[in-house]
Design a protein around this ligand. Structure first.
Ligand code: NAD
Length: 497
């Protein structure tokens, strides 16, 4: 049995501790490897190495840094199939979806190649007689990234390309459920010419996370995961004086108005509800059918769902297994609860006949109709292929429902009425909105993040907010007077003249 190691100082490290976790292939249910769990010694070694490396990296010219990021982009693009296969083997998502994840991460790498432009400061000559002002942004030092299981490549890439391009050293703590993608990316950085220590991978669980949250040499934390942990991370790291962005869970609603193209809406509901087995923070988990759209929409969703092939993601399938047996059983318990609470179980994923090993963590697409806001299938983030249809009488009722939800990550509206879409965009309390688009994941040059319990902190991921997060600003006021032309005492508060 191989042990997946940490990556410290440009090489693999098994560490000194004995704690490990099992890594499984969700399509077979077999344990394929173990992953080392960091203890205090590994946390110290990882942060120490990153701190040392950050000193020279910060001083490396911005052009040279951009060239390393560009080489990383070229290597990633030429070998993305390798990374996708690693993701499928540990996460379970189908290969085409894993490739899509890599492509969306690569967009952030491409954005970070423009770091010379992104770091340009402002300059105001002659703000007062003979006085100029300019601004600059500098890296933070060592930055920590803690990522979830559902995007083992893309979510770290929301952060590290920008952090590294801006001159920081990164310590990444990936999910212990699918830790190999991080090591693959670490090797790629080395091949791209990144100095050892600038990209570090610390494997582990809560011990590794807490170690980063508390470490005085870690300047910032970028966290993505479930809401309770995001809130905990935000509070603990903030108390330790760090800059924190902590992205949490979601319950994304798709509002379908009576004038919507119902075929388009049904395609979107199935794709965004069951893609990646619903294990996406931007998955649609609630369809709000407004007016008399409900029956026709449910029928169209059922017809489309019947065409999906469920099975091993490495084969020619549409939807793979769930990530672990425990998670599969938890999602199945929500199906039990929804039926017991009185929702209409239209498609029961517990009865799935998957194209894969008998011990795989299978749960098929599940559809509930007539769900009400007090049922647990509505109130809780399930993070599986369970789609709930809620009926709403009016647009206002639908809007109120979305706004009353504790989460505010993503939402979508399907309509052919531009005025209604515009009103929704203005009034909905959600960070990312799609109009006739089911998964509105912003491009790399915009910023990704939700509202309410979907994000703690005020800075979203990537785009200009990402550049801002990984740098801090200075403003410099300068004058170069000719000898003897300036000086003299002036105790009044300085003003411009
Ligand atoms: P998780 O919260 O269980 O784990 C996230 C990270 O936190 C992992 O690295 C894990 O090792 C660590 N962790 C787990 N328990 C911890 C604890 N008690 N103390 C400290 N650290 C701990 O999340 P997950 O199951 O890996 O991922 C799924 C969740 O992530 C979902 O809730 C999903 O909505 C969310 N997510 C959100 C976004 C977003 O952009 N808002 C994106 C992707 C995933």
């Amino acid at each position: 049995m191989t042990t997946i190691a940490h990556w410290i100082d440009g090489t693999t490290h098994l560490g000194t501790g004995s704690r490990v976790g099992d890594v499984t292939n969700p399509a077979t249910g077999l344990v394929t490897a173990q992953v080392a769990f960091a203890g205090p010694a590994e946390i110290e070694a990882a942060v120490g190495s990153a701190k040392k490396a950050s000193i020279d990296w910060t001083r490396t010219s911005v052009s040279a840094r951009a060239q390393v990021v560009f080489r990383f982009r070229e290597l990633l693009n030429s070998r993305k199939e390798e990374l996708a296969a690693i993701i499928t083997a540990e996460h379970g998502k189908v290969l085409s979806d894993a490739l899509g994840e890599v492509a969306r991460g690569q967009e952030v790498v491409e954005f970070a190649c423009g770091i010379p432009h992104l770091l340009k400061g402002g300059n105001s000559p002659q703000v007062s007689t003979g006085v100029d002002v300019h601004s600059l942004r500098q890296p933070l030092g060592v930055v920590g990234i803690i990522s979830p299981f559902n995007f083992p490549a893309m979510v770290p890439m929301w952060f590290f390309p920008i952090a590294i391009a801006a001159g920081n050293a990164v310590v990444l703590k990936p999910s212990e459920k699918d830790p190999s993608a991080a090591i693959w990316m670490a090797r790629l950085w080395q091949e791209a010419g990144l100095p050892d220590g600038v990209f570090t991978v610390l494997q582990g669980d809560k011990v590794a996370v807490d170690g980063l949250l508390d470490h005085p040499d870690v300047a910032s934390i970028s966290f993505v995961g479930s809401t309770p942990i995001a809130e905990y991370v935000y509070q603990r790291a903030s108390r330790a004086g760090k800059r924190v962005q902590a992205l949490g869970g979601a319950k994304n609603h798709m509002v379908v108005l009576p004038d919507a193209d119902l075929d388009l809406a049904a395609d979107a509901a199935v794709s965004a509800g069951y893609g990646s087995a619903g294990e996406r923070c931007m998955a649609i988990s609630v369809v709000v059918a407004v007016g008399d759209t409900g029956d026709a929409l449910v029928q169209k969703i059922v017809e489309r769902t019947a065409t999906l092939k469920i099975g091993d993601g490495a084969l020619d399938t549409d939807m793979g297994p769930l990530v672990t047996r425990a998670h599969r059983d938890k999602v199945a318990s929500y199906v039990d609860a929804g039926a017991a609470e009185g929702a209409t179980l239209v498609i029961d994923g517990r009865e799935v006949d998957a194209d894969g090993a008998a011990d795989g963590f299978w749960l098929g697409p599940t559809l509930f109709d007539h769900v009400t806001p007090t049922m647990s299938v509505y109130t809780d983030e399930i993070f599986g292929p369970v789609l709930s249809v809620v009926r709403a009488g009016t647009y206002q009722e639908a809007l109120d429902l979305v706004n009353a939800n504790r989460y505010g990550n993503g939402t979508a509206i399907f309509t052919s009425n531009g005025g209604a879409a515009r009103a929704f965009e203005t009034d909905v309390q959600v960070g990312m909105i799609g109009v006739n688009v089911p998964i509105p994941v912003p491009m790399a040059y915009y910023s990704f993040g939700g509202w309410k319990s979907s994000l703690f902190g005020d800075t979203h991921a990537h785009g200009t907010e990402g550049v801002h997060f990984f740098t801090r600003g200075k403003v410099v006021t300068t004058r170069w007077p000719d000898p003897g032309t300036a000086g003299g005492l002036e105790l009044a508060f300085p003003k411009n003249h």
